[in-house]
Design a protein around this ligand. Structure first.
Ligand code: PAF
Length: 286
């Protein structure tokens, strides 16, 4: 496995692969890798000739500087894991290599067709501008055949699909296929996240109530035939009743438009909860 830190070397390497007809799978990450990332990488390795993993804590998608500073970083451990599971190239640039000072300080303009106005987008203004900025740059540099993303960040995934399908960008990324990968959970149900590293043992135990409440709400909805509004409120109340947890939002929305829905058809419930100081997200399809 080779670690690449410059765009120039990355592009030369990609060109050499393309020249001999190799297919390329890309897994964009911000490092602090866990089994969830590993599942994406294993799939990319098995479905492509070459697997590129980017490890880059993208500063432009953090609207909270403290959150950026605290984001866990451990490139040595990440590289070791990636090498064990068969990734071919790791792209780990510095922010200065990725962006000009101007790009770093200007919000990346993009037409989200409203997908950024709800949930994470509403709570973290500018977050998805940074995500689209970095992901479109990675697509441009790597020219992948397939790119792999986890469903835990469901809104991000919906926005990336929109970005690739948008008429003005059609053709820019060739025949790129976005591969949606299911959430990976601990046996306890807790969704794997790099942020879990920041939880104390007690907080981790407390956080189990998040997934437990989501799973129970699915059963409760089926058993009682309750309305979407009632299920939504029940999830919020149940999680807020747990000491140490505070719901920021829980919204049951249509999986494509991300708009509130009053039917469980094609619906997903997306939650963000503060567990102590750590902001955790999870979701469940109804
Ligand atoms: O999901 C993430 O880890 C990041 O948002 C991504 C897609 C790697 C872009 O920085």
């Amino acid at each position: 496995m080779q670690i690449i830190t410059t765009k120039q070397e990355l592009q030369a390497t990609i060109q050499a692969c393309k020249n001999v007809g190799k297919t390329i799978g890309l897994v964009p990450t911000m490092g602090a890798l866990h089994e969830g990332h590993a599942s994406l990488v294993r799939r990319a390795v098995s479905e492509n000739d070459v697997c590129v993993v980017s490890v880059f804590v993208n500063p432009t998608q953090f609207n909270n500087k403290e959150d950026l500073a605290k984001y866990p970083r451990n490139i040595e451990r990440d590289a070791e894991l990636l090498s064990t599971i068969g990734a071919h190239y790791v792209f780990a640039p510095t922010p200065e290599e990725m962006y000009t000072a101007d790009e770093m300080n200007t919000t990346f303009a993009f037409d989200f067709a409203g997908l950024d106005q709800v949930m994470e987008g509403k709570m973290r203004p500018g977050h998805f501008n940074g995500v689209v900025q970095v992901v479109s740059r990675l697509f441009y540099l790597v020219q992948p055949d397939k790119a792999y993303f986890g469903e835990k960040d469901f809104q991000q995934l919906a926005i990336i699909h929109h970005m690739v399908e948008r008429s003005s960008m059609a053709g820019t990324f060739g025949n790129l296929k976005i591969i949606d990968c299911p959430i990976v959970r601990e046996a306890s149900g807790l969704a794997l996240s790099s942020r879990n590293e920041r939880l104390t043992a007690t907080e981790k135990q407390t956080a189990l109530s998040i997934s437990k409440t989501l799973f129970e709400s699915l059963e409760w909805a089926k058993e009682t035939g309750a309305t979407v509004a009632a299920v939504q409120q029940r999830v919020i109340d149940t999680i807020n009743a747990v000491e140490g947890l505070e719901v920021e939002y829980y919204e049951i929305v249509d999986q494509t438009t991300l708009l509130p829905t009053d039917t469980f058809n094609h619906a997903i419930g997306c939650v963000t909860v503060y567990c102590g100081p750590v902001r955790l997200i999870d979701n469940i399809k109804y």
